[in-house]
Design a protein around this ligand. Structure first.
Ligand SMILES: NC(=O)c1ccc[n+]([C@@H]2O[C@H](COP(=O)([O-])OP(=O)(O)OC[C@H]3O[C@@H](n4cnc5c(N)ncnc54)[C@H](O)[C@@H]3O)[C@@H](O)[C@H]2O)c1
Length: 323
């Protein structure tokens, strides 16, 4: 055995991720990275978060087993600290997931940037801030600070959106892409900065349409959800919307006329909320009231367990669970 393979056998080359923030996303990242066989050092300013973190990882573990654990995966690879310098001391990659508060993130990312060598990527889970704003207070190597936006729960939804902005280092982006992919994620990279990145913009476009149909009394929220789950989403789990439309053209030759004659005509005919539709507060209140009535007898924990079971079935069936 060479020295390198001896070290690999002993797990010494295993990467260590520092997860900053042990809330719902930080804990979910920790579970995902553990599944990939990585070491995870979780840092949170509140010591009380350790119990939450360990419970969250335990809750996710049966799902991770079904998706397929790496041969080196173990809950024992998780540690927790409230000391930032200690958390960063062995980090090969940093994933920040503290509150969505720009000033707080800027201050924290600047502290992390001041401590770590240039080659270590610092990614933020932010749901909407631009990388150019997040790195504003960093003075050492701001170009390796970027958005690495996941979806909830991270261990179940494979997408991560990398958004580094014009000042981001292409090398750091490639390092982040390689790292996330080796941990089993599907990566998309934004070529330009935009608020909300890609997937949340798509989700909000759909939500706006839901609110519009709700304001018109078109259907109950349950039926609108079912229309998505049993309709488009059953295909979208396998193919993106544009690819689905492409197949709707039946053949390559018919595709152009399908777009021009059918899709474009339907769009112009008003198959979407008018451009001036803005949901008001009264509508949002009615929306919340109907959701509470619908969920009255359901427990969050049961719903999460059912969600994990069903999404795992889709991923396993579509073979989207490889590490
Ligand atoms: N919840 C989602 O669905 C979701 C999805 C994708 C991305 N995000 C993003 O992930 C991030 C975290 O969201 P969340 O829902 O996990 O929040 P959360 O409130 O559940 O957890 C935040 C954690 O950060 C800790 N914290 C706060 N300030 C800190 C600091 N200065 N240093 C160390 N720890 C600190 C808190 O103690 C808490 O444990 C946000 O940026 C959010 O926008 C959330």
């Amino acid at each position: 055995m060479t020295e390198k393979s001896t070290k690999q056998a002993a797990g010494e080359n295993r990467k260590t991720v520092c997860c900053i923030g042990a809330g719902s996303i930080g804990a979910s990242w920790a579970a995902h990275f553990l599944r990939a066989g990585l070491r995870v050092i979780s840092y949170d300013s509140s010591a009380e978060r350790e119990a939450y973190l360990r419970d969250a990882v335990k809750f996710a573990w049966p799902t991770l087993e079904r998706l397929g654990l790496s041969s080196e995966a173990s809950i024992d690879n998780l540690s927790f600290t409230t000391n930032l310098a200690e958390a960063l001391s062995q980090a090969d990659f940093v994933q920040e997931s503290v509150f969505e508060d720009l000033a707080m993130k800027q201050k924290l990312l600047a502290e992390v940037d001041a401590i770590l060598p240039a080659e270590i990527v610092i990614a933020s889970s932010s749901s909407g801030f631009l990388a150019s704003d997040l790195r504003a207070a960093c003075t050492k190597h701001p170009e390796r600070v970027m958005v690495g936006h996941p979806f909830n729960p991270v261990y179940l939804v494979p997408l991560v959106e990398i958004a580094a902005g014009d000042e981001g280092s292409p090398e750091a982006v490639e390092n982040a892409r390689n790292f996330y992919e080796s941990a089993g994620q599907k990566v998309v990279v934004l070529q330009r900065e935009i608020n909300g990145y890609i997937a949340n913009r798509l989700q909000y476009a759909v939500w706006r349409e839901i609110l519009y149909m709700f304001s018109q009394g078109t259907a109950t929220l349950e039926d609108i959800d079912d229309a998505m789950t049993y309709g488009p989403a059953s295909r979208w789990a396998a193919l993106g919307p544009s690819a689905v439309f492409y197949l709707g053209g039946r053949t390559k030759e018919l595709y152009d006329s399908f777009v021009v004659d059918d899709l474009w005509r339907e769009l112009l005919a008003g198959y979407a909320a008018p451009g001036d539709f803005i949901p008001d507060r009264a509508l949002i209140d009615r929306y919340i009231e109907q959701m509470h009535a619908r969920m009255r007898d359901k427990e969050f924990t049961d719903m999460r367990r059912d969600r994990d079971r069903d999404v795992t079935s889709v991923r396993v069936a579509l073979k989207q669970s490889e590490l």
